[in-house]
Design a protein around this ligand. Structure first.
Ligand code: NAD
Length: 422
């Protein structure tokens, strides 16, 4: 029996079309790994619960895990990122799904609880909400050994778990899949980088000639800055880390405090994982140019002070799907994308399938790794083994038909030795 609550089961046909497109662009997980999993069944008897963006790419991950023998439960990791057609299609494929677009905070946690009630053995999280809920409300799953390992997909989630670990509060083996090379160097940089075009989806705006603030110069935001510049924008980077700020400066961007940059900005896009990147004050809001577009691509809706902007606005008018016009008391208008939530997932479809191929190949191979090695783990953060990271890289290159050089024995000995010098 499939357990589920989705928006509309009748959307399944449309969702299947989306899955078809995604699978054709995800050869590593959608073909190579899934075929092996179908034969070897490494996840037989295992229940996996994923709190992930319910997109067509997550559908391909769910297919691979199910092919490997797992019972799969899914709920959304953001109230606005669920693609309802994909959720409906997954139910038809025997995946237990509790997710619909636009759920309330209460419904969001209800969906997480429904997944945890299935007694999952492996949790795959995106933002830490499911694993934190397991600690708070389902401690027996941890204490009685039902949960054998957990995986985290995004930077913000990894930061939360590092803080828990430091306080001795992390009671499960936690693999920060986000930190693997095959994840953050492609998914964050290329995927979120390309996500700036959500601002185009939102307002049909031209980047060329615009002044665009990119807040942050990390994995996601450096990709965003590059893409914005490629579209012809005049990019200003804001940072708090001196080295990242230097990197941005040497890459040719203007770097300055956000307060100084705001008066000239036509578009402001954040992806820092930090709170109140734009300070929630009237003085700061009054610096905005009339017509500025505000969008966030970081995990939570706290980078742009959404709540305070709503309170300050004298009028809030939806102007397009997931875009609101906020009119301030001084008459200036601000266009807020996606209520300050992940604009690339809300206004568009999230990351392109090609990059999620690697992220989800890692998640599926890590699920297998957890099952095989479960006896050897202790609670706390455990890095993704580099050979699994490399394996995903090798498979992706193979799928793309790209060959690379191999070290000769002489070269291997040279780079691992110290005898040879001048
Ligand atoms: N939209 C998506 O699809 C998507 C995908 C991956 C990650 N994310 C999220 O994006 C956020 C960033 O992830 P990342 O991997 O780039 O992290 P990162 O740590 O690589 O980069 C964040 C950067 O922001 C800078 N920063 C922090 N506070 C700042 C502030 N107040 N002002 C300016 N800069 C500041 C940091 O110094 C750092 O350089 C996280 O919340 C992550 O979960 C979103």
């Amino acid at each position: 029996m499939v357990n589920y609550k989705v928006a509309d089961e009748k959307l399944a046909e449309k969702g299947k079309e989306a899955l078809y497109i995604a699978e054709s662009k995800m050869p590593v997980i959608g073909d190579i790994i899934r075929k092996r999993f179908s034969v070897e069944k490494p996840l037989k008897g295992i229940t996996i619960a994923g709190c992930l963006h319910i997109t067509k790419e997550t559908g391909i991950l769910a297919r691979a895990l199910k092919a490997g023998g797992a019972e799969v439960y899914l709920c959304g990791s953001n109230p606005l990122s669920t693609q309802d057609d994909v959720a409906a299609a997954m139910v038809q494929e025997g995946i237990n799904v509790f997710a619909w677009h636009g759920n309330t905070d209460e419904e969001f946690y209800w969906c997480i609880r429904e997944c945890l009630k299935a007694n999952p053995n492996i949790l795959i999280d995106d933002g830490a909400d499911m694993i934190v809920t397991a600690h708070k409300e389902f401690p027996e799953l941890i204490e009685n050994g039902t949960i054998i390992g957990c995986q985290e997909e995004t930077t913000t989630g990894v930061k939360r778990f590092k803080a828990m670990d430091k306080n001795g509060a992390l009671k499960v083996p936690l693999f920060p899949v986000n930190d693997a090379r095959c994840k953050n160097q492609f998914d964050n940089e290329l995927g979120t980088g390309q996500g700036i075009i959500s601002a185009i989806y939102g307002m049909h705006v031209l980047f060329a000639g615009k002044t665009v603030i990119i807040a942050g110069y990390g994995h996601c935001s450096s990709g965003m800055a590059l893409k914005a510049r490629g579209l012809g924008a005049n990019v200003i980077v804001t940072e708090i880390d001196p080295i990242k700020a230097l990197q941005a400066k040497f890459a040719g961007y203007q770097v300055m405090p956000i307060e100084k940059a705001i008066p000239n900005a036509d578009i402001i896009l954040t992806a820092t994982g930090c709170k109140h990147v734009i300070q929630p004050t009237k003085e700061m809001f009054e610096l905005f140019k009339d017509g500025v577009i505000l969008g966030n691509l970081g995990h939570f809706d706290i980078e742009i002070p959404t709540k305070e902007l709503y309170e300050y606005a004298k009028e809030i008018k939806p102007v397009r799907t997931n875009v609101e016009e906020l009119t301030f008391p001084n008459g200036k208008r601000v266009y807020l994308l996606a209520k300050g939530r992940l604009a690339n997932l809300v206004l568009s479809e999230g990351h392109p399938s090609e990059v999620m191929d690697m992220s989800f190949a890692l998640q599926s191979l890590m699920s297998e790794y957890i099952v095989i090695n479960k006896e050897s783990f202790k609670p706390g953060m455990i890095n993704v083994p580099s050979d699994i990271d490399d394996q995903v890289g090798i498979l992706k290159l193979k799928a793309m038909g790209v060959k690379i050089d191999k070290l000769t024995e002489e070269q291997y000995n040279y780079i691992h030795g110290y005898e040879e010098g001048t």
